[in-house]
Design a protein around this ligand. Structure first.
Ligand code: G4P
Length: 519
């Protein structure tokens, strides 16, 4: 019974957005609600020399402490919240995508001024592929942005997901009067500060809002939504087919609490997860989990690493012995920690949905399943993700070719980067989703394998996998580079969208798919 209670309390999610949409600001407000921090500004305000709680990695790097926490856990009302950080900016990497496999739902922030932006699209696609419930927060309503209807159309057209606005903004920027809450039938009045004055819709008559021209104009839009919009269907939300949309301002802390409360109500608790032997429900008594990220220590003086484990079933007890499915070896989990924005505390017990850090004496790999008991299944949660940046790599000193090969093989195996070979020359080509991955690889080859390398950039490329059994190799050239991935699958790296489309036009018999379709 207690296990089930613990499961039902858990809400494990990530916030995805394009840089600058307001992820840090919104995260700060959620931490405030959770009383994890006491005042705004403790977290926010890069320019004032203060840092976001989720920006700890940067601080730790500067201080020379290398292990970071990118999970924030705290209690809020009857819930236990786990927020997983998905770095944007320069530290975007495959870890970012992998983190999305460890959550049960996602909050997508969209800047009302800019609309749907490139990084949001990339992250969204990964969530979509996994059918994760997605909740949308349209931010910066205190500024003049795009029209709300245009924003909804953009979400539906660019991202291809249906939407259901839970509330509707009345005006924006200087004319912003507040939110018409369709779900609670209230009007949430914006007084230019954090205070939210809540007026039931049937008591709105006679107030200055009800006669305000902006409000009257908005009523037409609301009517349109009621008549022609999607209807709310929680099952479709859970399947990731319909996204509830909330409007607000993270900076003004307006509409944030309502958003968070509804989100917690409709977001799912930890769900059964897929293994090679079918789905395992979280309430299964036997502990299980999988590693989605390994934080290698960048300081060569300390070789320890932390593996991030998502608990999928049963109860974690510190000191328990588990089996690693891949190697069938037992290990006692004595060093384990939970995360609270920079503070890592020893954790004695944890439940499905929780993320814990376990000490890795260099035995784990990304994707490893850890199990209690005699079962030997494994979670197959980690597909390959579409790389965008490609570089040829060579060893500087040919005498070190052997270590170079070994290093590359191990780091590829670990999931640090993706390996390809040019079909015509057998040259090694590495693919990454973010620049940082090349830097980490170069650093680690030097520090751990004593190998210096040089890169030749192939720039941004559009990779497509070849599905056709037979094809003519002479149709490929340097702008449509034929390569094999590490599983021996043929793929083509196109120089840009134009070469890709041109190629498709002229080689209709070659069937090409993107990686998420091929997975
Ligand atoms: P990110 O983590 O997604 O990159 O975004 P972040 O929260 O850092 O926000 C980016 C900028 O947008 C910040 O301004 C922040 O204050 C601003 N912002 C966030 N939410 C809102 C909002 O609801 N309304 C308005 N008007 N602005 C918002 P900055 O000047 O770039 O940074 P800072 O000097 O405030 O740190």
């Amino acid at each position: 019974m207690t296990l089930l209670n613990e499961i039902n309390k858990r809400r494990t999610f990530a916030i995805i957005s394009h840089p600058d949409a307001g992820k840090t600001t919104l995260t700060e407000k959620l931490l405030l609600f959770g009383q994890v921090i006491r005042s705004a500004g403790t977290v926010k305000g890069k320019k004032s020399g203060k840092y976001a709680a989720s920006d700890w990695m940067e601080i730790e790097k500067k201080r020379g402490i290398s292990v970071t926490s990118s999970v924030m856990s705290f209690p809020y009302n009857e819930f236990h919240i786990n927020i997983l950080d998905t770095p944007g900016h320069e530290d975007f990497s495959e870890d970012t995508y992998r983190t999305l496999t460890a959550v049960d739902s996602v909050v997508m922030i969209i800047d009302s001024v800019k609309g749907v932006e490139p990084q949001t699209i990339k992250l969204f696609k990964v969530c979509r592929m996994r059918g994760i419930p997605i909740f949308t927060f349209i931010n910066k309503l205190d500024r003049e942005g795009k029209e709300p209807l245009a924003l909804l159309a953009e979400i539906e057209e660019v991202l291809g997901i249906e939407s259901y606005p839970m509330n509707w903004p009345v005006g924006m920027g200087k004319r912003f009067l507040g939110l018409h809450d369709r779900y609670t039938n209230t009007f949430v009045k914006y007084n230019g500060n954090e205070e939210e004055e809540i007026i039931p819709l049937d008591q709105l008559n006679g107030t200055d809002i009800s006669t305000h021209q902006t409000y009257l104009d908005t009523l037409n839009e609301i009517e349109l939504l009621e008549e022609a919009g999607n209807s709310f269907d929680v099952n479709r939300v859970h399947k990731g087919e319909l996204t509830p949309v909330f409007f607000g301002s993270a900076l003004a802390n307006f509409g944030v609490q309502t958003f968070f409360d509804s989100f917690l109500q409709f977001a799912v608790q930890p769900q059964p997860r897929k293994t090679n032997e079918g789905f395992v429900p979280p309430e299964n008594e036997e502990f299980s989990g999988y590693i989605f990220k390994i934080q290698a220590n960048m300081n060569p003086a300390h070789r320890d690493r932390i593996a991030f484990l998502r608990i999928c079933s049963g109860t974690f007890q510190r000191g328990m012995t588990v089996n690693v499915s891949r190697t069938n070896k037992s290990i006692k989990l004595t060093q384990s920690q939970s995360f609270m924005a920079g503070d890592r505390e020893t954790v004695d017990q944890a439940y499905p949905g929780d993320i814990i850090g376990i000490y890795d004496p260099n035995i784990y790999q990304i994707g490893d399943t850890l199990l209690e008991g005699k079962d030997a299944y494994y979670y197959n949660e980690l597909p390959q993700f579409p790389p965008e940046l490609f570089r040829k790599v060579r060893v500087k000193n040919v005498m070190k070719s052997k270590q170079f090969k070994k290093g590359i093989e191990q780091l590829v195996q670990e999931g640090a980067i993706q390996l390809f070979r040019q079909d015509s020359t057998n040259d090694i080509i590495l693919g990454a989703v973010g620049q940082l991955q090349f830097e980490v690889l170069e650093y680690r080859l030097g520090a751990e394998y004593n190998v210096e390398i040089e890169f030749v950039s192939l720039g941004d490329r559009i990779p497509r996998w070849i599905q056709s059994e037979k094809f003519e190799k002479r149709v490929f050239d340097s702008r449509s580079l034929l390569v094999k991935d590490r599983n021996g699958q043929y793929a083509v790296l196109f120089e840009n969208d134009f070469t890709y489309r041109y190629f498709r036009e002229n080689n209709k018999d070659i069937e090409l798919v993107d990686l998420l379709e091929a997975n």
